[in-house]
Design a protein around this ligand. Structure first.
Ligand code: NAD
Length: 253
């Protein structure tokens, strides 16, 4: 029988150091499609092709054709009740570090703290040749004023990339280290909206379980950890997490 938000609240309230891992399913209720859900981005384009370092290096125009409208879409979205609930859990001290695979900045917009963005962030642009960093606003102005839609570095004229990690690109070492450090300290992990198929972050639940910690999963779709999860919730993250906060308040007060 599926678990309830009450079960999740009890698991979290009973932990000394619970952390959270979120994925694209966290933001679908804000209007951002996920990758592998039924309305996911992969149904329409192949991210392995357009969100790929090889495409960026060999055909930056094709890369930017896909990314420029995506920046507008991602800049116009707002946090949903699931983001608010996670921030509330942190405020109550029930959740500590929040590791996210999302690049949409919605956790921070909702007031979350200690957010580790393991797949980068939309908030900046960078030159991979001379390492110059620029703001998202500068990146957009450059893309829109270029004849071919490709923003270029002021210093070396190399095509600029957003701070989002692409397929074929290394993950940021500091963030991955911070995520694993958090898992090494945790006695519980709550996973929301991730199919747990993208390594190395998909291994964080195993790190926590390996230390005897608890695992809670809330996604509509299946994950490889479903059989060993202590709490397994299905359904919409917004409703389930809002009810979990209500249940936590009843337990904690
Ligand atoms: P995924 O697409 O592989 O899996 C998403 C999971 O969330 C699926 O199981 C889906 O059924 C579930 N889901 C969708 N909507 C839900 C909802 N409202 N409530 C509960 N569950 C819901 O996502 P992933 O594991 O994060 O991997 C995708 C990769 O793509 C990540 O690396 C991420 O960086 C990137 N991505 C990010 C965004 C974003 O920043 N918002 C969007 C798309 C993809």
């Amino acid at each position: 029988m599926p678990n309830t938000p009450d079960d999740l609240a009890r698991l979290l309230a009973g932990a000394d150091h619970a952390i959270c891992l979120t994925g694209a399913g966290m933001s679908t209720e804000s209007g951002i499609p996920d990758f592998r859900g039924k309305d996911g981005v992969w149904q329409k384009v192949n991210p392995m092709e357009v969100a790929n370092m090889q495409t960026f290096l060999t055909d930056p125009r094709r890369f930017w054709e896909f990314h420029r409208p995506r920046i507008d879409m991602l800049s116009g979205v707002e946090p949903n009740p699931a983001h608010v609930a996670i921030a509330e859990m942190q405020r109550r001290g029930v959740l500590k570090t929040l590791v996210t695979q999302n690049i949409d900045r919605l956790h921070s917009k909702a007031g979350a703290s200690d957010v580790v963005e393991v797949h980068g962030s939309l908030s900046r642009g960078q030159c991979l040749q001379c390492r110059t960093m620029i703001t998202l606003e500068e990146l957009v102005v450059k893309a829109d004023s270029a004849d071919d839609g490709v923003p270029r570095c002021n210093d070396c004229d190399f095509p600029l990339k957003s701070g989002v990690v692409m397929f074929g690109e290394n993950l940021p070492v500091a963030e991955i280290t911070a995520a694993y450090d958090a898992a090494e300290r945790a006695d519980a992990i709550l996973v929301v909206g991730s199919s747990l198929q993208v390594a190395p972050v998909s291994e964080l639940p195993a790190v926590v379980q390996g230390r005897g910690g608890k695992l809670a999963i809330l996604t509509e779709g299946d994950t490889p950890y479903d059989a060993t999860a202590d709490v397994r919730l299905r359904g919409k993250a917004g409703v389930q997490l809002t009810e979990t906060v209500t249940a936590l308040d009843a337990l904690l007060n």
